[in-house]
Design a protein around this ligand. Sequence first.
Ligand code: GDP
Ligand code: MG
Length: 163
Amino acid sequence: MRPQVIIIGRPNVGKSTLFNRLVGKRLALVDDQPGVTRDRRVGQASIANMEFDVIDTAGWEDEDAASLPGRMRKQTEASLEGADAVLFVIDSRAGVTPLDEEIARYLRTNDVPVVMVANKAEGKEGDSGILETYALGFGEPAPISAEHGEGIAELFEGLWPVI
Ligand code: GDP
Ligand code: MG
């Protein structure tokens, strides 16, 4: 079976854009509105000779903060079932937010290897946000621009040792 790689992160960090970039077809809906992708979407991805299935998720919407931990756990537990690796995406322009920290805490309770991805890293605007991701505890981030197709080599370097 192809390795299963799941994209996780809070709304609007660029998960669906990354999914589309990796899959090469516009299978996931991308929009300026947070939380547009309602379902999990699975696509076939390859970087160089590395082949894997990639899963786009939208389980972390923050419309009702009070019920967030419970819903997070439920939807993410289901998502992580059978996953070989997580691409944990943050928005390097926004920096690390409390919801990112919440997701990080959850991911630390799980055994699935996490590759830290600092998206929106084109230009210099994301530089401090990229550095902030070290505090989340998942090691060196892969700085990428899903929109511009930059940093895919760094993503490969993060992913190939774990899948
Ligand atoms: P999701 O909610 O995490 O799935 O995020 P989306 O993929 O829907 O993207 C949210 C917004 O961020 C959209 O307006 C995208 O165009 C934008 N976006 C995604 N990737 C990048 C990137 O690499 N750079 C910049 N500047 N914007 C991006
Ligand atoms: Mg999405």
